[in-house]
Design a protein around this ligand. Structure first.
Ligand code: C2E
Ligand code: CA
Ligand code: CA
Length: 445
């Protein structure tokens, strides 16, 4: 595939789309199989098999409909659990190996093993490996034994021969289709990875600066935000490429690149009119979780001979709720160096008061989703107000993000907010424009 055809859609989005399509096809396949078996056996067979066939039909239709309605996860649970059970019943009651035809139904356990591994690729390891391992175990048991339960009904041997060929063909076909999809996922991942590496090498990334102002409209600093000058797509938002960088494990070098650039800029501003500005750098969970994160930050800041207190790191709630002891230790180490720590997007995640009091934070950033509705929605106004008081009670500073109107700014100010960031003051700007903006505002103060 040529580079210009690579979409910037994230891999998990592509994966979710494919899983949806696969579950729909599997649903249709189950519905058709269930119907075929019901027609083939009629009501002649024993009660257990009749129920199993009817359930296969119902589960297939349910999985198809649920997937169509967006309940993909539920559809997958129904499909996998039911197929595991129904296949077992077939193997034990009907598909009993003989001199004429081998057992074949258990081959679908291989399909379940591979399919569930792929469907749950971005889920926790229990889901990812659990169903696969169980399906493989059943495959081994049924391929290595003739074990069967007594039943009065027997499928005619010539029908079993046809079934062996047909099911062998279908199981192999589905396995090949899943292999093909997994292979193309791997190729896509490699392309993303190559594209981001290339962008880093060719210096296609740039930092934009969004001013942070106090209640007297003085500019205290800026949050630095990544932008990608994509050769085909033009200026690209981090919302598009960060999930992709995380997926291919390149958010760590990209994060250090942003930190290094910010430190370089702080160093350049030394002895100029911009000397008093500080910069806030976003840190992803992947980067923060690196064992030597604190050491790396220390090394980068020291190599630029800048004051640690000029730097703020913005962490999200998803970082601080995981692995709390280690996280707190790292945060303390950063604070001891003199680096400021902000809790970004506050209120959108797991905001538990118990963790909040134990964290060595400097400031909370009220997420812009609350600020947006602060005048229209009474609940959002209450939440924003509550966050401001909570931050103050804990001795932290509070920054409101996404302030777009004077009315929002005034409301926040009247409720005790001290720092603001948003389009009302400025959009994120390239360096030269940011410096111009600061100069023009300084001459006003
Ligand atoms: P964030 O940290 O919440 O950054 C604030 C986002 O809100 C920025 O989006 C900014 O452009 C936008 N914004 C600021 N004021 C306003 C406003 O008044 N109205 C509206 N509608 N939007 C406003 P941006 O630049 O697209 O960044 C999106 C996210 O990408 C950031 O959200 C941050 O999570 C992430 N990001 C950006 N740069 C980096 C980076 O260097 N490292 C990491 N780990 N994440 C980054
Ligand atoms: Ca941020
Ligand atoms: Ca934010």
């Amino acid at each position: 595939m040529r580079a210009d055809r690579i979409s910037i859609r994230s891999l998990d989005e592509t994966h979710a789309r494919r899983v949806k399509a696969a579950l729909k096809y599997l649903g249709i396949f189950c519905a058709i199989s269930g119907t075929t078996w019901l027609l083939f056996f009629g009501r002649d067979t024993n009660q257990v098999l009749f129920t199993a066939n009817a359930l296969t039909l119902v589960a297939g239709v349910a999985a198809y409909q649920l997937t169509r309605l967006g309940y993909t996860r539920l559809a997958s649970y129904i499909l996998f659990s039911l197929v595991l059970v129904v296949l077992g019943l077939f193997c034990l009651l009907l598909d009993i190996p003989s001199a004429v035809a081998p057992r074949i139904s258990h081959c679908y356990y291989l399909v379940i093993a591979l399919c569930s591994y792929w469907v749950y690729e971005y889920e926790n390891k229990w889901l990812r490996y659990g169903i696969s391992a169980f399906a493989l175990l059943l495959f081994i048991i049924f391929s290595s034994s003739n074990f069967a339960l007594e039943t009065t009904y027997r499928i005619p041997e010539d029908a079993r021969v046809i079934g062996a060929w047909t099911n062998g063909f279908f199981a192999t076909f589905i396995l090949c289709a899943i292999f093909y999809i997994m292979q193309s996922d791997a190729v896509l991942r490699m392309q993303y990875s190559a594209e981001i590496n290339d962008a880093l090498y060719k210096q296609q990334f740039e930092l934009f600066y969004q001013p942070q102002v106090d209640s007297a409209s003085r500019i205290l600093g800026a949050e630095v935000l990544l932008r990608w000058h994509h050769p085909q797509k033009g200026l690209t938002s981090p919302m598009q490429f960060i999930p992709m960088a995380e997926m291919v494990g390149l958010m760590v070098p990209l994060g250090y690149w942003a930190l290094t650039q910010a430190c370089q800029q702080l160093a350049k501003w030394k002895g100029t009119a911009f000397e008093s500005l500080h910069l806030s750098v976003n840190v992803s969970a992947q980067q923060f979780n690196e064992p030597d994160f604190v050491e790396q930050v220390k090394k980068i800041v020291k190599s630029h001979r800048i004051d640690f207190s000029k730097l703020d790191l913005e962490l999200t709630e998803s970082i601080v709720i995981q692995n709390t002891e280690q996280v707190i230790a790292k945060m303390h180490a950063l604070r001891e160096l003199g680096i400021g720590i902000s809790l970004d997007d506050f209120g959108t995640g797991y905001s538990s008061l118990s963790y909040l009091k134990s964290l060595p934070l400097n400031q909370l950033k009220i997420d812009r989703s609350f600020v947006k509705e602060i005048l229209a929605n009474e609940l959002d106004a209450k939440i924003a107000n509550h966050i401001i008081h909570l931050a103050k009670d804990l001795g932290h500073c509070v920054v409101a993000e996404g302030v777009e109107t004077q009315a929002q700014r005034d409301f926040l100010f009247n409720n005790g907010c001290e720092l603001y960031q948003g389009y009302l003051f400025s959009k994120p700007l390239p360096l030269a424009e940011f410096e111009q903006y600061v100069q023009s505002r300084q001459s006003l103060v």
